[in-house]
Design a protein around this ligand. Structure first.
Ligand SMILES: N[C@@H](CCC(=O)N[C@@H](CS)C(=O)NCC(=O)O)C(=O)O
Length: 213
């Protein structure tokens, strides 16, 4: 078996294909291509086009991630790809109002105040008349960390405030999940700001742990 994948590090579609190959346990020769807009001579010669991802399997050329994923599943799978884990979570028994209060208190304990709140269940019902399980997105902020972040990385506001999701798994059982700052900071790509992300992560982990205790 010989699979070749033309891959661009910044391309999310390429990563989907790489993950699928990993989940299927398929070894592949991964050939990096030049960035967006650049001349991709070898890719063009081998596949007749210049988009990535492009996969060649035993002489068969496939382009477009959805076509490739379907092909791989059909030939070598199928295999489910679970979503990435990008939260710090705990599951709790109880009633929504009490769990919400407990969550706010636990975050307050580590220095984060409630700033925003979206009742997605009510909003979706009101806007498009669809039913959703209890699903609330709470935005927390520690002004000191936020100020440090905003003054050192101007666009960091795109990731603020720190979201904590409370959603119902089944009647009387909820999952409380804080977004994982270190994982979010990977998309920022600033190694020098990782200590800040780690500090905030430790505090959020502490708060989530007390909920489960
Ligand atoms: N629908 C395609 C989209 C692929 C795509 O947009 N690839 C981008 C990189 S993420 C690309 O190769 N653009 C042309 C270029 O970089 O010159 C898929 O799912 O594979």
């Amino acid at each position: 078996m010989s699979i070749t994948l033309y891959h661009l590090e910044d391309c999310p579609y390429c990563h989907l294909v790489r993950r699928k190959l990993e989940f299927l346990g398929l070894p592949a020769l991964v050939i990096p291509v030049k960035p967006l807009g650049a001349d991709r001579k070898e890719l063009k010669e081998k596949t007749g086009q210049s988009f990535v991802p492009a996969l060649i399997d035993e002489g068969q050329v496939l382009v477009d991630s959805s076509v490739i994923l379907e092909y791989l599943d059909k030939k070598y799978g199928p295999v489910e790809m679970p979503s990435n884990d990008y939260g710090i979570a705990v599951e709790l028994e109880g009633e929504f109002g009490a769990i919400r209060e407990k969550t706010i208190a636990a975050l307050k304990e580590v220095g984060f105040g409630l700033l925003t709140e979206i009742d997605a269940q009510a909003t979706i019902k009101k806007k498009i008349d669809k039913d959703l399980e209890p699903y609330s997105i709470l935005g927390f902020c520690n002004p000191g960390y936020a100020y440090h972040g905003m003054t050192n990385e101007k666009d960091i506001g795109l990731l603020l405030p720190c979201n904590v999701l409370i959603r119902e798994l089944k009647p009387g059982r909820f999952k409380v999940t804080a977004l994982h700052p270190v994982k979010m900071f990977q998309i920022v790509g600033r190694a020098d700001m990782m200590p800040l992300a780690k500090e905030v992560t430790a505090l959020l982990k502490q708060a989530i742990a007390t909920l489960g205790a």
